[in-house]
Write a protein that binds this ligand. Structure first.
Ligand code: ARG
Length: 491
């Protein structure tokens, strides 16, 4: 049995590996990138809006939006191509993956065209030169002078950024801590987990201008070997799109549009941005988050349950080669899903499956979580069915009921009663765990709280708010489920 199990697992893994290999090498030889964008009528820009004045979240006409000079650059490119700009937010370290897997058409995120990145994507000419700085707590002014002053201390940099790489390379005796978002890094600075945060100078200026407790110092990184100006990234080989975008970028440079128009406009948003930072002001964002969290949870438990029933039946299939194969596959599936992190599964469905069918983030999230939940629910159901006394089946069969009939009308109803509490638990677990899909940009509660955090520059309050909201949701759900459980017990 054990050998068979190992073989089945190996089979599944080989299939996954083989399929990944074939899909990643299948690159379009001819470049129709420009034609495709023009045909679709829109240009999707990926960005990480935690980087004022490049890109950040701000309330414009009562609506939270991504604004900043990079958005203006994107708008200009889209306009010149005669299409509409669509902005998609995600973490900085997943931008290039999103580009390579076709989730976005271009990346504009204050990104420097480093040689390593050039291997995987194509860049336009550069549109802005920023330079590097380090943000510190104002109370530490005088203690830290530049990157070399942090011996025995910790500095932070965004994961996947050039600041992270350079800090690692160019400091010694200093701990370099990577975090996904710059807003989190600032929070880490304010709570003294970090003594400094490396970022582009204009961003440092924006953070300092928005926060009286912060100050900035020069970085003194040796940047002679790397290109530190920002540029627009496109998928490798999209020559026609890059050429078209270069025309816009060249105009931007020639007319000095960034300094003359884009930056002043971004600066205005930065000011209006700090007007109302009360959490109540953002009730709509939180409500939307709750809505998405519940949609994902309900759909995933529903589809997970159907999958769970099928899987548990497959695992109990008997007789014949077909039944054996079915049993193996189901077992391998359950083991595989339970043995890999849900976060990886979510990314795999979104980015991996995305190479074949380009699914939106919400659909990908629901699929991944349903697939995950199905494996767990299958085990609950199997346990539930096994817990129904064999005598029941024997009695039903001797009364002349068919196998299917017995299962449907005698075994399953009793099993369901036994597994109800586990199903309820699964539902409550998913309310909390569905938060993982925020990494692929689904606007559930965690995602919304991140937006509110970058919108208000308040680090802790939004976290406290969603903590309470999650508790209200899980507590209410568990009360409701308990009620039904008690009712079932009476029947
Ligand atoms: N310029 C740096 C880089 O290319 C950091 C950019 C960070 N951008 C952002 N939107 N957070 O790695």
């Amino acid at each position: 049995m054990k050998n068979k199990l190992i073989m089945a697992i190996a089979l599944v893994m080989a299939l996954v590996a083989g399929w990944t290999a074939t899909t990643t090498t299948a690159q379009a030889a001819t470049d129709d990138s420009l034609a495709q964008v023009q045909k679709s009528g829109k240009l999707v820009m990926g960005t990480s809006p935690d980087y004022p004045p490049y890109e950040f979240q701000a309330t414009v006409h009562g609506k939270s939006q991504v604004v900043g000079m990079d958005v203006a650059v994107g708008k200009k490119i889209a306009k010149d191509l005669g299409v509409k700009l669509v902005v998609k937010s995600m973490s900085f370290d997943s931008l290039l993956v999103a580009l390579q897997t076709g989730k976005v058409d271009m990346v504009i995120s204050g990104m420097n065209p480093t040689p390593a990145r050039r291997k995987n994507v194509d860049f336009t000419h550069t549109y802005y030169q920023g330079g590097y700085s380090i943000v510190i707590n104002k109370s530490d002014k005088g203690i830290y002078k530049d990157k070399d002053s942090f011996v025995g201390k910790t500095i932070g940099a965004q994961t996947g950024s050039t600041m992270y790489t350079e800090s690692k390379k160019q400091t010694s005796g200093t701990t370099v801590k990577g975090m996904t978002s710059v807003s989190d890094l600032i929070l880490g600075l304010q709570s003294h987990k970090l003594q400094g945060v490396a970022m582009e100078k204009p961003s440092a200026q924006a953070y300092v201008a928005n926060n009286k407790e912060l100050a900035m110092i020069p970085s003194n990184f040796d940047l002679s070997a790397s290109d530190t100006s920002a540029s627009v990234a496109f998928a490798k080989g999209s020559t026609s799109l890059v050429a078209a975008a270069n025309k816009s970028v060249d105009q931007i440079r020639k007319q000095n549009l960034v300094n003359k128009t884009y930056l002043p406009a971004a600066g205005k948003y930065l000011k209006t941005n700090t007007v109302n930072t009360s959490m109540l002001h953002y009730w709509k964002a939180f409500l939307k988050g709750i809505e998405y969290t519940l949609i994902i949870t309900v759909c995933s438990v529903f589809f997970g349950f159907i999958l769970g029933v099928l899987l548990s039946l497959a695992r109990m299939a008997q007789g014949g080669v077909f039944a054996t194969a079915l049993r193996w596959l189901a077992t391998a599936y359950v083991e595989f899903i339970r043995g890999t992190p849900m976060m990886v599964q979510v990314m795999f469905v979104y980015f991996g499956l995305g190479l074949i069918v380009n699914l939106p983030a919400l659909t990908s999230g629901i699929i991944a979580i349903s697939l995950n939940s199905g494996a767990y629910i299958a085990e609950y159901i199997r346990g539930g069915i096994n817990s129904v006394d064999k005598g029941q089946t024997e009695a039903a069969r001797s009364l002349g009921m068919t196998k299917g009939y017995t299962l449907r009308y005698v075994v399953l109803p009793q099993a369901l009663k036994n597994i109800w509490p586990s199903l309820g638990n699964e539902f409550i677990t998913l309310i909390k765990d569905s938060s993982i899909v925020s990494i692929i940009g689904v606007s559930e509660l965690i995602f919304q709280s991140n937006i509110v955090r970058s919108d208000t520059y308040r680090g802790v309050a939004p976290i406290a708010v969603i903590m309470v909201l999650y508790f209200i949701m899980t507590f209410t759900a568990s009360r409701i489920l308990n009620h039904f459980e008690r009712k079932m017990q009476h029947d």
